[in-house]
Design a protein around this ligand. Structure first.
Ligand SMILES: O=C1CCCN[C@@H]1CCCn1cnc2cc(F)c(Cl)cc2c1=O
Ligand SMILES: [Mg+2]
Length: 485
């Protein structure tokens, strides 16, 4: 399929659906909220996983796989943290024609699946730290508008679950993982994110505190949680009796963390960089970084051109780049240019008779369309420089766009104006939950209410006497507010 029917700035929702399908990342499925992830998406997921898994292995995480299914009474074990979630739990009630004795839930997350065994495995301080990670799918039967990658009823994630003897160790790991999430977004997906702490109302109810990396989608003016790293304190240790005998022979409860990022990260990247020609891939997550296309001429030496293409691909692959060539006879070069632009391939190399004669290739950048002729002898170093520049350029452009959306406000009127202008709001807040609830109530509407996105670790100076924009009480911190996904 060539060309886009929708423009990003005219009809963002339709544009997004079209990009993820035309770039061959997603195939729609006949169950609402479920999507087929095709190679162009899975290869990106695998590149992210390769980085993240190697990094957590340096932190001594061990790979596990726990069952998909959890019994009702085990799932209900942690009532207060799941009471709000009950409607989204998917249940298996039959096998074949016969009813199951008791319904079995499909995991929406794995605390209740894992922690009874943490209790069994952890006896002594010598069993700590326990560091468990699994790469799996989870199911949450949500009803709000399903969106490929962003909000689906089944998604892929990694979930880390760790246990330590001391709070200090847990606190440290929360931030180590959060930094890895920042790197996933900024160094791989070229998406700027803000590290911060969730409010008491927005945090994971079963935990002690929640940190997150928050992204922003300028086209919709909505914040979006990129990944989350919780300190659970000793809450689950108490609930599941996860205790250990310390060096002095006394029994203590463990301190736990849990953290995750999901295939949502791919959707955020698509929304951030895509344009009206389709997907734009940051080189570090591009399944193909360079596509080489022969440009045959009527009486040109097509064999020699094809040979030049093959040797360019070979040289680039030998140098560690993901290069491929498109020698399909049944498509014109022009068709191929549009096709690979739609798929977001960072660099296109064209080789025609003139290029052959001059021992050069024509390189075209997907991010800004710039064309440059480079000598075959300099191919590897020039391609490396271009890919590095594209990676940096995409992050820089996205950061500038996100920063241009940030509006610092001080009063309620400024807040509502900024909200209606699809801004990412930075506001002084008294940090009272009642006020957060009040803002939600006062901004309710069909676009959804405003909420706190996070309190950024990087706090601007808060002058003495600054008042909360919503309550007029003394402000305690700057927080990001806005509508969200
Ligand atoms: O965010 C993470 C990181 C990885 C492990 N889990 C935590 C908390 C997950 C919260 N959460 C999120 N969604 C849920 C949906 C549900 F249906 C039920 Cl029963 C529970 C939950 C739930 O606890
Ligand atoms: Mg949810």
């Amino acid at each position: 399929k060539l060309g886009m029917a929708y423009k990003k700035d005219d009809n963002f929702g339709e544009w997004y659906s079209e990009v993820v399908v035309n770039s061959e990342m997603i195939e729609y499925y006949d169950i609402s909220g479920c999507y087929i992830l095709r190679p162009w998406a899975m290869e990106i997921w695998e590149l992210l996983k390769e980085f993240f898994d190697a990094e957590i292995k340096k932190l001594k995480l061990k790979p596990y796989y726990f069952p998909l299914f959890v019994t009702e009474n085990v799932l209900q074990k942690e009532k207060d943290h799941i009471e709000g979630f009950a409607p989204e739990v998917a249940w298996v009630t039959k096998s074949g024609k016969s009813d199951l004795e008791a319904p079995i839930a499909i995991r929406p997350t794995s605390e209740t699946v894992m922690y009874p065994y943490f209790s069994k495995w952890i006896r002594s301080h010598r069993d700590l730290p326990l560091r468990c990670n699994q790469w799996c799918n989870v199911v949450r039967w949500e009803f709000s508008n399903p969106t490929p990658f962003i909000r689906s009823r089944e998604f892929l994630w990694q979930e880390g679950h760790t246990a330590f003897a001391t709070k200090e160790e847990a606190d440290e790991e929360v931030l180590q993982i959060l930094e890895l999430y920042r790197r996933i977004y900024e160094e791989f997906l070229a998406v700027p994110v803000s590290k911060g702490r969730k409010s008491e109302m927005e945090k994971f109810a079963g935990g002690l505190y929640t940190t997150s990396v928050e992204a922003f989608v300028p086209n919709t003016g909505r914040g979006i949680q990129g990944a989350t790293s919780h300190c659970l304190g000793q809450n689950f240790a108490k609930m599941f009796d996860i205790t250990f005998e310390n060096e002095k022979g006394a029994r203590e409860m463990v301190w736990q963390n849990s953290w995750a990022y999901t295939t949502r990260s791919i959707g955020v990247m698509v929304m951030t960089h895509g344009d009206d020609k389709g997907l734009v891939l940051p080189p570090r997550v591009a399944p193909i970084q360079v596509i080489v296309i022969p440009v045959p001429y009527k009486d040109a030496d097509t064999t020699a051109i094809k040979g030049a293409c093959e040797s360019a691909v070979y040289t680039l692959n030998e140098s560690g780049f993901r290069a491929d060539l498109d020698t399909r006879e049944n498509y014109s070069p022009g068709w191929k240019y549009s096709h690979w632009e739609m798929k977001g391939v960072p660099l296109r190399i064209e080789i025609g008779p003139k290029d052959l004669a001059n021992q050069q290739v024509r390189v075209v950048r997907r991010d800004n369309g710039a064309k440059v002729d480079i000598p075959v002898a300099n191919l590897v170093e020039e391609v490396k420089a271009l890919l590095d520049d594209i990676q940096a350029n995409l992050l820089k452009a996205a950061k500038e766009k996100r920063d241009a959306c940030i509006e610092v406000i001080h009063t309620w009127d400024e807040f509502t104006t900024a909200l209606n202008n699809k801004r990412l709001i930075l506001a002084p807040w008294c940090d009272e939950e009642e006020v957060e609830k009040d803002v939600k109530a006062r901004t309710k509407g069909d676009l959804g209410a405003a909420k706190t996105l996070c309190t950024p670790f990087d706090q601007p100076e808060l002058p003495e006497g600054t008042l909360c924009f919503a309550s007029g009480k003394p402000a305690k911190k700057w927080s990001f507010w806005g509508r969200s996904y």
